[in-house]
Design a protein around this ligand. Sequence first.
Ligand code: NI
Length: 138
Amino acid sequence: MGKLVRFSVSIEKELLVSFDRLINERGYQNRSEAIRDAIRRQLIHGEWEAGEEVAGVITLLYDHHRPGLSEALTGLQHHAPAQVISTTHIHLDGSNCLEFIAVKGEAREIEILADRLTSLKGVKHGELTATSTGEKLA
Ligand code: NI
């Protein structure tokens, strides 16, 4: 962690009351940690918006009985412009598979891969979790 600096913020009282209620519900010990997280979230969002090199996890839930689906999912990952770092596959029950695909690359490439995987017939739910160190915009 870098050197800590203090700064003061002017904010509407009602907004601060709402913020305090929210961070209390989420279990933050103090405002500083909650504000640091909020800033990091904005920086990461900014990196994705700017098309920087970022990372993410694509979560998929699908029916492996769907003909050709497993092959299509594998094929898309092999030929993805974004780099697939790791895949974890869980046989959830008799027909459903849950898969976590960790990826890194340019934001747009990751989004395209996530969209292609999620939109395949037989994929019941797909979600991209966007992350990054947030350091490039710091
Ligand atoms: Ni499975």
